[in-house]
Design a protein around this ligand. Sequence first.
Ligand code: EPZ
Length: 427
Amino acid sequence: MDKLLIDGGVPLYGTVSISGAKNAALPLLAATLLAPGEHVLHNVPDLRDTRTMLKLLEILGVQWERSGKTVRINADNLTGVEAPYDLVKTMRASVLVLGPLLARLGSARVSLPGGCAIGARPINYHLKGFEKLGVTTNLEQGYVEAIANGRMQGATVYFDVPSVTGTENVLMASVVAEGETVIENAAREPEVGNLVDMLVAMGANIEGKDTDRLVVQGVSELHATESKIIPDRIETGTYMIAVAATGGSVTITDCDPSHLLALTEKLLLCGVNIEETEDSITVSCPEIDGRSLCRLRSIDITTLPYPGFPTDLQAQFMALMVQGDGTSIIHETIFENRFMHVAELKRLGADIAIEGSRAIIRGIGRDTLCGAPVMATDLRASASLVIAGLSALGRTEVSRIYHLERGYEEMAEKLRALGARVEIVRE
Ligand code: EPZ
């Protein structure tokens, strides 16, 4: 198992550039299935998950090549409609090929993704949406068989929960359906907006970008286009929290501060300094007794759909609140099992109790965490352990860092450039 070795207690200083958003790259890569021709996608992060999605597209007949951050994709000749289990089980976002395959070929066979560390992660809202558009779906040997009997018919699709990939999947199916489709209680995450922009550039007719109501007028055909992946707001937030945790001052570039209002608000309440430009954020801790390790005020957070506090930053923020000056309550409302990082943080000395969907963190102040071997369980939990390790005195070894490499491009290199003492050990 590959490990990340961290010798903590070092404040971070310098500049870090943010990569393209994983959770935008995945739906936009899937959307290339919708139209023949050569698609060009810029700012595509090179991650375990984007490599998995490209492998899935290849299985479906797509040809692609990467040069730097740009990926060229040719979807002229699709040769299959099946997303196999051994691939889907490694990345549930593979289900995002369902919508485009139904739109382009009228059928799809995708393995049910199964659960993951943070929850059951069903796709019932996706399937209910497709059925509203006239698709028949059934479950056979762990696979979802979806068939559009002729051209899909526009309809009103209501999401009980504003599912991000559910919205993206149904949207990609609806753009060539007959007539009007309305998606009510749609997800408003910026990554959905990035997909809307790409689909409109491909010839789709979509109103309501960035709102909870998307109105689509079906068109008869779409064409390939050139698009750019938006900056990764979760990677940005992870580095913002890391600086707040270790002290120091870091300028985060190539990011979009407007996507991080909820986190910025909370960090200011904790006593951290933040300065913004249009595409950069500088996070610093005020000097106290000659050290840039500001006293952190303990505050409460509740995770919510965008623009609320993102569930994908909950684990990282907990690693910060562990060092707070009082008690902090973190209420996780999106996933039913997203506290896997708690047990590992406690190995570093954290004082945390879980009561249902709430974690009660009793801050132990600064310079109190002690390094220890810990194990990553999921993508954002691993980021939380890295932040705690950077803050802890002594050595922390984070094992199973393949979780980390799913969603963070060159994290060890970026942290070393900020002065962190980190090293990857490949085993
Ligand atoms: C997306 O997952 C993100 N992944 C997740 O990021 C993110 O945590 C999540 O949205 C919430 O913001 C991608 O975009 C690839 P949901 P998604 O459907 O779409 C339940 C990361 O770390 N639900 O919005 O799968 C679901 O179980 C990942 O980058 C159903 O019950 O999340 C959850 O409790 C982790 N039935 C809630 O809704 C459904 O059909 C929100 O899930 C769909 C969802």
